[in-house]
Design a protein around this ligand. Structure first.
Ligand code: BT5
Length: 264
């Protein structure tokens, strides 16, 4: 099976109302999020998707590098929700949940959600989400939700040493190559579904389901945040999307930004 994206098949049988009705494709781009933000500032409508076969400067949170070889699914979705910035932050969970569910349904994988923006298989990262918003005061002008899924490549061949132990791909977990276009359509459909649920019913139904898949809850974790490292037990993720941590001295802390690693 070709690892190249077949652009003509991206919309074949796509069952969405708005998501992916307009798709822009490039073989190679610096970052689909950057591209989508530019388009959004020029007025691109809600549901517009940009997708690339490879990214030369794919980005994670805090401007970290996101490695994006051919064979992965690297796309960004433009949204214009009528929400406050605090509510908009929760779109990261909507996207993470969509990927978790689709990979479970299509490939029978035991995917897990990890706070705040990861999807794991067998404890290794298979997907990352980067939601970025543009605001004027309390008004959200647009949001770009970037989704990166490691699909048709062998992490052993393409990733640097330090990532081989912590990342995985669908090819590795399923043992074969999968149709990128089919996965893309399933993701868009689920994203639209869950986005509409979020807009209609709020964060609670999303969060409850997201927590069902959160393997780190109840575990001893180390959280690296802007002010350093903290250790404790991950008790919960609350209504604002904050990680609730019981520190070793017994105090309970809410964490809004950071990276979690589960300790053995
Ligand atoms: C993320 O950041 O996980 C968000 C990744 C979002 C990527 C998508 S691809 C389409 C769109 N366009 C973009 O430019 N970005 C979005 P964060 O939680 O900060 O994780 C970043 C860390 O994950 C890096 O520092 C590496 O340790 C690791 N990493 C880098 N590339 C990876 C990969 N392909 N798979 C798994 N882990 C990776």
């Amino acid at each position: 099976m070709s690892t190249k994206l077949n652009v003509n098949q991206l919309q074949d049988g796509l069952c969405t109302r708005r998501f992916g009705r307009s798709i822009l494709f490039s073989r190679e781009v610096d970052s689909t999020n950057k591209w989508a933000k530019e388009l959004a500032t020029y007025g691109a409508s809600e549901g517009t998707v940009v997708i690339a076969e490879t990214q030369t400067k794919g980005r994670g949170r805090l401007d970290r590098e996101w490695i994006s070889p051919t064979g992965g699914l690297w796309f960004s979705l433009i949204l214009r929700p009528n929400l406050s910035p605090t509510e908009t932050v929760k779109l990261t969970f909507v996207a993470g949940l969509a990927v978790t569910k689709v990979l479970r349904e299509m490939f029978d994988l035991k995917t897990e959600t990890k706070w705040p923006n990861d999807v794991l298989v067998n404890g290794r990262k298979i997907c990352g989400v980067l939601a970025e918003m543009n605001t004027t005061g309390e008004t959200v002008n647009f949001v770009v939700v970037g989704v990166g899924v490691n699909v048709n490549f062998d992490v052993e061949n393409v990733f640097p040493e330090q990532l081989k132990k912590v990342a995985t791909s669908l090819e590795k977990e399923v043992g074969r190559k999968v149709k990128l276009e089919k996965l893309f359509r399933a993701l868009l459909e689920r994203l639209e579904n869950l986005y509409e649920l979020f807009i209609k019913e709020g964060f609670n139904p999303i969060l409850e389901e997201w927590k069902n898949y959160a393997g780190f809850l109840g575990c001893k974790v180390e959280v690296t945040g802007p002010t350093g490292k903290m250790s404790g037990v991950a008790l919960d993720v609350d209504y604002e999307g904050a990680l609730v941590l019981r520190l070793e001295d017994g105090t309970v802390k809410r964490v809004f930004v950071g990276d979690v690693s589960v300790r053995a």
